[in-house]
Design a protein around this ligand. Structure first.
Ligand code: IVH
Length: 671
C-alpha cells in the first residue's frame, strides 16, 4: 500500500474529526443520533489510530482530546469577564405580578414586555469562555466574580462544544449554563457505587458538583454529566436584540439549549406555566427547582439593570420545598384486599410543598428498618409530583426510648396469626374471611373498576361500620332509605348516590367487573385478555388451567390461581349474586378488539411520554387494533419508550424487540 502523503493524512484527519464532532453533536446536543454506537466507535477509533501515528497533527479541539489531561493538584482561581449574578425569587402569583408591575413602572413606556421562561436546572452554574470560537476556559461560578478553572473537566462533557459550529465566529463569548446529572445517570451511578460499597451521593446536584471537581479528569469523564446553556456574559462580535435571539444564536452555534424554553407575551401566561411546571417537573429526567423568568428585550434589560448583582429583569419562580421535617407519631397497619399488611406513617401534620401532610406510605418491615426510622423519631418527609408522601429517613439521631419497628404477630383486624411467605417482602393475614379484605375490596371497587360518581372511601367506611354494606352484593342492594339514615344525606343526595350505584351495575364492562373481584394477580391487562378470550364468565369459570394458559401473557402459575379462584364455592356464590343484581358478566363491544391496521401486533409502553399519558397512548394503540401488554416477551412487536424508561427497555434490548420513541409512536399511529 502506498504511504499516505502528509496532505492526505491531514485531509483524512479533518474528515474524521468533522464526522466524529457531527455525531457527538447529534447524539449529545440534539438528542437525535444518526448512526449506531458501533459505527460511531469505528470512526472514533480510526481517528485515534491516525492521530497516534501522527502526534504532530493532534489539535486541542480534536474530539480525542476531551479526556487525558494530567491530573491537577488544585484548581486555579479565575476571574469571570463579567460577573455571574444570582436570581431574586418569587414564590407565588402575587409576588410574580408585583414584579411585573415594578418592571412596567421602571420601563415607563407603552412598549409591550415579553418574557422568556426556562426550567431552573438544579445543578451548578458554569462559565465557558470561547475565543475565536474555541473553548479556552471553563470555570465554576464561585462567588460570582471569581470561580475555579475546571476547563479540563468541562472538556470531558460531550455536550460542551470544544469549538463553536458555523462561520463568522465571534472574537469572544462567555457562554453560561448549568451542568447537571440526569436522574437516570444518577441512579446508575449510585447503583455502581453501592456495589463497590462506596458512599452514595445524596442527590444529583451533589453528584454533579463532586464529579466536576475531580482532580483526575478521567473520573469526570466516566460520570454521566450534561449541560444546558441559558445565556451569555461578555461578548465581542455578537449583536443580538433579545434573550430569545441569544438562545437561538447559541443553538445555531452548537450549544445545547433546553427544549422547554418559551417566549410568552403576558405575565398571566407566565403564571399559568409556572403552576403547570410544578406538576410536570416530575416527568423530566433532571431536577428543576423552579422556573426562571426573564424580560426578553436586551434593551429593556439594560434599562432595568441590577440590584446587588441580582438582575431586575429576571426572577426565579420557586415552588415551596418538597421536603419537611416532622415527628413520626405512629406506624399504623392497614390490611389490604389481598391480606397484605401495609404499614403507613401517622405524622405530626406538616406543610410540604404547600400541602398539609399527615400520613406517608411505608412499604414493609424491611424498608422501615433499612431507613432506620422508629415511632417517635423526627423524620424527613418528601412529596414528589402527585404521589403519596414518603419518608426519606431520620432527621437526626433516634429519640431516646424508641425501639426498632416490628410487624405485629397477629392481624390487627381479625387476630389471625400473620404469615410471611418465603421470598416475599410483605407480611400477610391468611384469613380469607378477615373483615379488612371486604372493606378494602369495596373501597377499591367504588374508586377503581366501577368508578361510582359521588361514592368514595369515606362513605364506604361509614356503610361498612354501620353494617349496611359488607360485600359487593350488599352495595347493589342498598336503598335510598338506608342512606337517609346517615348524617349528611338528604332526599336528593341519597337518590343521586343510589342512581350512580345502579348506573354502575349496568355500565361497568365485564373486564372491569373481573378486575374488581380480587382474583389473585389479575390486573387490568389480564382482566381484559380474559374477558376477550372467554367472552363470558361461564366459559371462564369452567376453564381448566391448560385452557387459561392459552390466553396471551398468562403463565401456568397465574392460570392455576385463576382456576382455583373460580372453583371456590364462595366465589361462585359471589359471581351468581352479582349477576342476579344486574352486573355484566359478558364481554361487550368495548372489549372486543378493534380491527385496524395494527391488528395482530402487541406493544408495551414504558417511561414518560411527553404528548400523551400512558393510558392515552394505550387507548390510541388499541383503537388501531393493537394489543397493549404489560410485560415484554419475544412476541412483543415493539416497546414504546418515553423518558426514564425502566427495566422493560433493557428487556426489549436484550430480546432484540424493536424500541420506538415518541416520534416513532406518533408516526405509527398516523399510519
Ligand atoms: S439565569 C443573573 N437561567 O440559578 C443570573 N440561571 O440564582 C442569571 N440556573 O447560579 C442566571 N437554570 O446556577 C439562569 N435557566 C436558567 C437557570 C439558572 C439554573 C441557576 C444558575 C444560577 C442560579 C441563579
Amino acid at each position: 500500500m502506498a504511504t499516505r502523503t502528509q496532505k492526505d493524512v491531514r485531509q483524512r484527519l479533518d474528515e474524521l474529526r468533522e464526522q466524529v464532532d457531527h455525531h457527538l453533536y447529534r447524539y449529545h446536543v440534539l438528542d437525535d443520533p444518526e448512526i449506531s454506537d458501533a459505527a460511531y466507535d469505528r470512526l472514533f477509533d480510526e481517528l485515534k489510530a491516525v492521530e497516534e501515528e501522527h502526534p504532530e497533527l493532534v489539535t486541542a479541539e480534536s474530539p480525542t482530546q476531551r479526556v487525558g489531561a494530567p491530573p491537577s493538584d488544585r484548581f486555579q482561581k479565575v476571574q469571570h469577564l463579567t460577573p455571574m449574578g444570582s436570581l431574586e425569587k418569587v414564590t407565588d402569583d402575587e409576588s410574580l405580578f408585583k414584579w411585573a408591575e415594578d418592571v412596567r413602572k421602571r420601563l415607563d413606556s407603552d412598549e409591550p414586555v415579553a418574557y422568556v421562561i426556562e426550567p431552573k436546572i438544579d445543578g451548578l452554574a458554569i462559565n465557558l469562555t470561547y475565543e475565536g470560537g474555541r473553548l479556552t476556559r471553563g470555570a465554576t461560578r464561585g462567588d460570582g466574580v471569581q470561580g475555579e478553572d475546571v476547563t479540563v473537566n468541562l472538556r470531558t462533557i460531550p455536550s460542551v462544544p470544544l469549538k463553536m459550529r458555523g462561520d463568522g465566529l465571534p472574537a469572544l463569548a462567555e457562554v453560561r449554563g448549568e451542568v447537571y446529572m440526569p436522574l437516570s445517570g444518577f441512579r446508575e451511578l449510585n447503583a455502581r457505587v453501592a456495589e463497590l460499597g462506596q458512599k452514595l451521593a445524596p442527590n444529583p446536584r451533589n453528584a454533579a458538583a463532586g464529579s466536576l471537581r475531580q482532580k483526575d479528569s478521567s473520573i469526570t469523564a466516566s460520570r454521566p454529566l450534561a449541560v444546558w446553556v441559558y445565556g451569555m456574559g461578555a461578548r465581542d462580535g455578537v449583536q443580538l436584540a433579545s434573550h430569545w435571539e441569544e438562545l437561538e444564536w447559541l443553538r445555531e452555534h452548537g450549544f445545547r439549549t433546553n427544549p422547554f424554553v418559551e417566549r410568552l407575551d403576558s405575565i398571566e401566561e407566565v403564571a399559568q406555566r409556572c403552576t403547570q411546571w410544578e406538576r410536570r417537573r416530575a416527568e423530566l429526567d433532571y431536577e428543576i427547582d423552579g422556573i426562571v423568568i426573564k424580560v426578553d428585550s436586551l434593551e429593556q434589560q439594560a434599562i432595568l439593570g441590577a440590584l446587588h448583582s441580582r438582575p431586575r429583569w429576571a426572577r426565579a419562580f420557586k415552588w415551596a420545598p418538597m421536603t419537611a421535617e416532622t415527628t413520626l407519631n405512629k406506624i399504623a397497619i392497614r390490611v389490604g384486599r389481598t391480606g397484605a399488611l401495609n404499614p403507613w406513617a401517622m405524622l405530626e401534620p406538616v406543610q410540604v410543598g404547600g400541602v398539609t401532610v399527615s400520613r406517608a406510605t411505608l412499604h414493609n418491615e424491611e424498608d422501615i428498618n433499612r431507613k432506620d426510622i422508629r415511632e417517635g423519631d423526627r423524620v424527613i418527609v418528601q412529596r414528589a409530583g402527585d404521589v403519596i408522601p414518603q419518608i426519606v429517613g431520620p432527621a437526626g439521631p433516634h429519640v431516646k426510648g424508641t425501639r426498632p419497628f416490628r410487624m405485629p404477630k397477629k392481624c390487627p383486624l381479625c387476630g389471625a396469626n400473620v404469615v410471611k411467605p418465603e421470598g416475599e417482602a410483605m407480611h400477610r393475614c391468611p384469613n380469607r374471611a378477615c373483615p379488612s379484605r371486604g372493606l378494602e375490596t369495596l373501597i377499591n371497587w367504588v374508586q377503581g373498576p366501577a368508578d361510582i360518581d359521588g361514592v368514595g372511601e369515606q362513605l364506604m367506611r361509614r356503610l361498612w361500620h354501620l353494617g349496611l354494606v359488607r360485600s359487593l352484593p350488599d352495595l347493589y342492594r342498598l336503598t335510598k332509605e338506608h342512606l337517609l339514615e346517615l348524617d349528611g344525606f338528604a332526599e336528593k343526595s341519597a337518590s343521586n348516590a343510589i342512581e350512580a350505584i345502579e348506573h354502575s351495575a349496568k355500565r361497568t364492562p365485564f373486564s372491569r367487573v373481573l378486575l374488581g373481584l380480587n382474583i389473585p394477580d389479575v390486573g387490568w391487562v389480564t382482566a381484559q385478555s380474559l374477558a376477550r378470550h372467554f367472552g363470558d364468565v361461564d366459559r371462564l369459570a369452567g376453564a381448566t388451567q391448560e385452557e387459561i394458559v392459552e390466553v396471551e401473557g398468562i403463565g401456568p402459575e397465574r392460570a392455576e390461581a385463576i382456576a382455583e379462584w373460580f372453583s371456590d364455592a364462595e366465589n361462585q356464590k359471589l359471581v351468581d349474586e352479582l349477576r342476579e343484581l344486574g352486573l355484566r358478566f359478558e364481554a361487550g363491544p368495548e372489549e372486543r378488539p378493534v380491527e385496524g391496521p395494527l391488528t395482530g401486533s402487541t406493544y408495551v409502553i414504558t417511561g414518560t411520554l411527553e404528548g400523551f399519558s400512558r393510558d392515552e397512548a394505550r387507548k390510541a394503540l388499541e383503537a388501531k387494533g393493537a394489543k397493549v401488554g404489560d410485560s415484554v416477551s419475544k412476541k412483543t412487536t415493539g416497546v414504546v419508550a418515553g423518558e426514564s424508561p425502566g427495566s422493560k427497555l433493557a428487556k426489549a434490548e436484550q430480546l432484540g424487540v424493536p424500541v420506538l420513541d415518541e416520534a416513532a409512536l406518533k408516526k405509527l399511529l398516523r399510519g
